[in-house]
Design a protein around this ligand. Sequence first.
Ligand code: GUN
Length: 293
Amino acid sequence: MILLNGKETAEAVKREIAEEVARMTSRGERPPHLAAVLVGDDGASKTYVANKEKACKAVGFNSTVLTFPDTISEAELLSVIDGLNNNDEVDGFIVQLPLPKHIDENKVINAVSPEKDVDGFHPVNVGRMSLGEDGFLPATPFGILTLLERYKIDTYGKHCVIMGRSNIVGRPMANLLSRKSYPGDCTVTVCHSHTRNIEEYTRSADIIIAAIGVPEFLKGDMVKEGAVVIDVGITRVPADTPKGYRILGDVEFSSVAPKCSYITPVPGGVGPMTIVSLMYNTFKARELKLKKQ
Ligand code: GUN
């Protein structure tokens, strides 16, 4: 069993991006600038945004976090987005999800300029991805592709079972792994909460992407010998630790890992790859803008 070390791989990609940034600034250009909009007081969201800021610093980007209370109205948030769309000093931005219930997430996603949508959530970028056109790929699926690629994992003709159908992970992952490319060329099955006898699918999978948000759902007896298992889960469960919680993935590592050829740990697997993909997209947004000037 080989551990897919997302932390180490993300560090390597970050070093490559930092070198590109150094080349950019040595030409007299300002570095890429990523902004994040954070609404409310959700602990996990705050951690993600803090990690994004840290990664920006590490690669030499400018970064801004705009924080708002969860009482912000939809109209106010849309006007913040309008400001970022029109701010020439900002190359890309994200609105951290989830948003409070009184705000329509789709409206917010649609308001982001596709050229600054480094999350890859805008319908234009989703459409480009679906058609195989160039655009911004959503960070988590993109990070998983990079991990598969850097470890040279064979995906050609493999049966990939994706557990979860979210717009952020499951759906785009299914699209990307079925593409005629590497990593890709998989036969993809998407399982979800209404799938009957899910273990029948997972047992026939060469590659499993677990993205359902149910801690330790995937057990050893649901996995075939030699499978590649990617764990996207990051659920906080109360625990007797200094922070008062522990992070659990969607995979029961102790029973699944011994059967795998490759597996991601939680934490230190997919999480760091997601963040580095966002850095990559932001660099790309900056470069595209410079080319247009
Ligand atoms: N919430 C959970 N994952 C993500 C992500 O990739 N982007 C944003 N904006 N919010 C998220």
